[in-house]
Design a protein around this ligand. Structure first.
Ligand SMILES: C[S@@+](CC[C@H](N)C(=O)[O-])C[C@H]1O[C@@H](n2cnc3c(N)ncnc32)[C@H](O)[C@@H]1O
Length: 314
């Protein structure tokens, strides 16, 4: 029910990619492939290559590969695939939204930058609530124990720090039971990574749709005036920015309400299915068949009685 990174493509991501003339891209986390298709079309027009990384995409990746010859698909976790790639202009991160994975991804991008001599533009989704300060785990068993927070498969509730089994959204995902603790969440991972690298890298965020983070080397802004202008525009504290933040707050509350109603609908569907089974069992029973003549008799008697009833006077 939450939204994905592709929502930022037309308004923010594509202009950023164009502004640095990005040609080789890496996408981490393909989901249903909506962003993969947009990025692949971009590469078809301007690019060199799109490398998509996802161990378990939610669609048949062959449809993407068949349509776009410039796409390479790594059916692996980002932590494995990033070690095999030597260089790129931009990385789009929207995979496993937890401190450990994002930290490893950033460190591997840094190692790649050492190999190629160029730190890429890095765009990260989910840098705002609910995953800024809380880990989500697609596969908790793949996270080393020392980095895995106590977690539950339960929903996030706007305005409540506790997870819920009866309301809220993203109930199918594993979430850290606490938020705001050390080494917890996507934004915390970025901030921790930046602690020792603040002299070379800059990070800004764009509000809405759970937040987009833009991480880039200072040298990129120096070398590329169109990119610098875009970043300056995005950073400006305009009234419109405050307005977007307020809209996001309201959207989150509505998502919470929607989640609550989905829980109710699911419960009612379960109850209906149980009642339907009881009814079917009853209809198949011997007693139901044996009492059929009686029920017919009762029906006929009611018809005759209604015919013989005197008309009511007003
Ligand atoms: C929210 S979806 C991505 C949506 C997509 N970026 C978009 O904008 O439409 C998250 C994806 O990350 C993938 N994923 C989970 N863990 C991953 C990992 N360690 N490395 C790469 N992808 C991962 C999931 O399989 C899922 O397809």
């Amino acid at each position: 029910m939450l939204t994905a990174m592709h929502r930022f493509f037309p308004s923010i991501i594509e202009p950023l990619l164009r502004s640095i003339n990005a040609r080789s891209l890496i996408e981490i986390g393909m989901g249903e492939g909506k962003h993969s298709h947009l990025l692949a079309a971009y590469c078809e027009e301007h690019g060199d290559e799109l490398q998509c990384i996802d161990p378990r995409p939610w669609f048949d990746a062959a449809t993407l590969l068949g349509k776009y010859p410039r796409v390479r698909f790594h059916k692996k976790r980002s932590i494995e695939a990033l070690q095999e790639i030597d260089a790129c202009d931009a990385v789009l991160i929207d995979g496993d939204h937890n401190w450990y994975t994002v930290t490893q991804e950033l460190k591997l991008i840094e190692a790649m930058a050492k190999r190629s001599g160029k730190f890429p533009l890095v765009l990260l989704h989910d840098v705002a609530w609910p995953y800024d300060r809380r880990d989500l785990y697609y596969s908790p068993e793949e996270i080393p124990k020392e980095f895995l927070h106590p977690h539950l498969r339960a929903a996030i509730v706007p305005g409540d720090k506790n997870l819920s089994l009866t309301k809220g959204f993203n109930a199918h995902s594993f979430h850290a039971t606490e938020e705001g603790t050390p080494r917890n969440g996507v934004l915390t991972a970025i901030e921790d990574f930046l602690k020792e690298r603040a002299a070379q890298l800059r990070f800004i965020t764009v509000p809405g749709f759970q937040g987009l983070g833009i991480l880039f080397p200072l040298s990129l802004a120096e070398k590329q005036p169109p990119f610098r202008a875009l970043i300056q525009d995005l950073e400006r504290k305009t009234p419109l920015k405050g307005h977007v933040e307020k809209m996001e707050e309201e959207r989150n509350k509505m998502l919470g309400k929607l989640g609550e109603h989905e829980h109710i609908v699911r419960r009612l569907q379960r109850e209906c299915a149980e009642k339907e089974m009881i009814l079917q069992r009853m209809r198949r029973s011997k007693s139901w068949r044996w009492t059929l003549p009686l029920r017919k008799l009762h029906k006929n008697a009611r018809v005759i009685a209604s015919r013989n009833r005197p008309a009511q006077t007003p």
